[in-house]
Unconditional design. Structure first.
Length: 433
């Protein structure tokens, strides 16, 4: 059976002319305006009149807005990005009612991402030249790598980051992505701060600490920004300088994580990681900066989709599994294991091993138990009805294991969040589904 093509986005930088930049900035502003108007209309319609407003209703509202004197400028830009932002809003409400996201928020001119999405009817891609709607000349795109041969983009997303850089993302169906040849190696991965990851083989990958490398440069740029008068052009220039330092840190970190995850996926058939509560760990102000620089969430995201693309298996062990306190040789679980102890000494057997390597081996063993014994596919959110296959003491309320087969997480359906309550209102979550 032939595998379906993978949808893959190719992101490139481009350098617009002054006319093109003005048109795109105007489009970004209209997209943000339409999104906010539609969100306000949907919220007010329910709370004030108990009316249901969906995508079709907001699309009709958009047509009416264009005919007014106050919002007539919406008709001056391409209509496709405006329709797409209404679809994004509808998707946001769907995620909210299914419990996967919070209630949609209004977009800010200064904080929200400036982006516009074009579908096939709003752009032309021929012979490596990309021309958007309402533009006569193609964009000056720097193609750092070629698109798959014979493939036409289905969606084009244009964006501008806080550092002033312009990007275009071309979404294509890439049939060249296929499963890699099977290998026999399996590996457990323990994430850390000093060592970004420690592998069950004993290898440690040192954390490059990109933020610490540029910390002096960032601090200097931030001091200069603090001295500038608010609302002045010099402050805008200083803010852009700070953003460029942050962009440099982010780009270097992402490049390193791509190289690391690609190597792990290429060399191993099964990869086992921990389900870390990064949001909770960031509340520790002593380690928050180092944890943010390590980017554990992005590391997991890269492993998930690469395993799915290339036919590998990613197993995620429950966050309550005591990997650091368990002996990888005899299974004895210590009562406590403070962060200051970097070497694991077992009281029941002569094992003396590096703390992180011991944890990585335990993670691997728990992950193999998942694949062999068929434990749950997701960390338990309530008391499990059966004993976990991992050798561990009873844990509070979440003592299960989880696995991601082929990088695709099978999500259990949990009760979704409800509409925020207001005095005197009757809540009906189905009203905006």
């Amino acid at each position: 059976m032939k595998a379906e093509p993978v949808k893959r986005a190719f992101k490139f930088r481009f350098y617009p002319t002054d006319v093109q930049a003005a048109e795109l900035l105007r489009t970004f502003g209209c997209v943000r305006k339409v999104y906010n108007l539609a969100l306000q209309a949907r919220t007010e319609a329910w709370y004030q009149r108990q009316e249901r407003v969906n995508y079709n209703a907001t699309s009709a509202l958009l047509t009416a807005w264009k005919k007014t004197d106050e919002l007539g400028f919406l008709a001056e830009v391409s209509s496709v990005p405006l329709q797409q932002t209404l679809r994004h809003l509808q998707a946001g409400f769907s995620h909210f009612f299914e419990g996967r996201a919070k209630y949609p928020k209004f977009k800010s001119r200064k904080k929200s991402k400036a982006a516009a999405e074009y579908t096939r009817s709003a752009f032309r891609y021929r012979d490596g030249h990309l021309t958007l709607a309402k533009m006569t000349a193609p964009l000056d795109v720097v193609f750092s790598r070629p698109l798959p041969e014979g493939v036409q983009p289905t969606t084009v997303t244009v964006s501008r980051d806080s550092a002033g850089r312009w990007f275009v993302s071309l979404l294509c169906e890439d049939a060249s992505v296929a499963a890699l040849p099977p290998v026999a190696d399996v590996i457990g991965v323990d994430a850390g701060v000093t060592a970004l990851v420690t592998l069950s083989t004993g290898e440690k990958v040192t954390n490059p600490r990109h933020e610490r490398t540029d910390r002096a440069r960032l601090a200097k740029a931030q001091r200069q920004l603090g001295k500038k008068e608010k609302g002045s052009k010099n402050r805008d220039k200083a803010r852009a300088k700070v953003a460029r330092v942050h962009a440099r840190i982010t780009d270097r970190r992402r490049d390193f994580l791509h190289q690391l995850t690609t190597r792990l996926v290429r060399d191993n058939q099964t990869i086992v990681i921990e389900d870390l509560n990064v949001a909770g760990l960031l509340k520790n102000h002593t380690l928050a900066r180092a944890i943010s620089d390590a980017a554990w969430t992005e590391l997991r995201s890269l492993l998930e989709y690469k395993c799915q693309w290339y036919g590998r298996t990613l197993v995620v062990v429950d966050r309550w599994f005591p990997s650091s306190k368990t002996c990888s040789a005899c299974g004895h679980v210590k009562a406590s294991m403070p962060l200051g102890k970097r070497v694991f000494h077992c009281e029941r057997c002569p094992l003396v091993l590096d703390r992180d390597i011991n944890a990585a081996r335990n993670i691997l063993a728990a992950g193999l138990a998942v694949t062999v014994c068929g434990d749950g596919v997701r960390p338990q959110r309530s008391t499990p009805a059966r004993q976990s296959s991992a050798k561990q003491k009873t844990q509070p309320a979440r003592a299960g294991l989880s696995s991601l087969q082929g990088g695709e997480e099978v999500k259990s359906r949990t009760p979704g969040k409800r509409w925020p309550s207001r005095p005197g209102s009757t809540r009906d979550p189905a009203a905006h589904r």
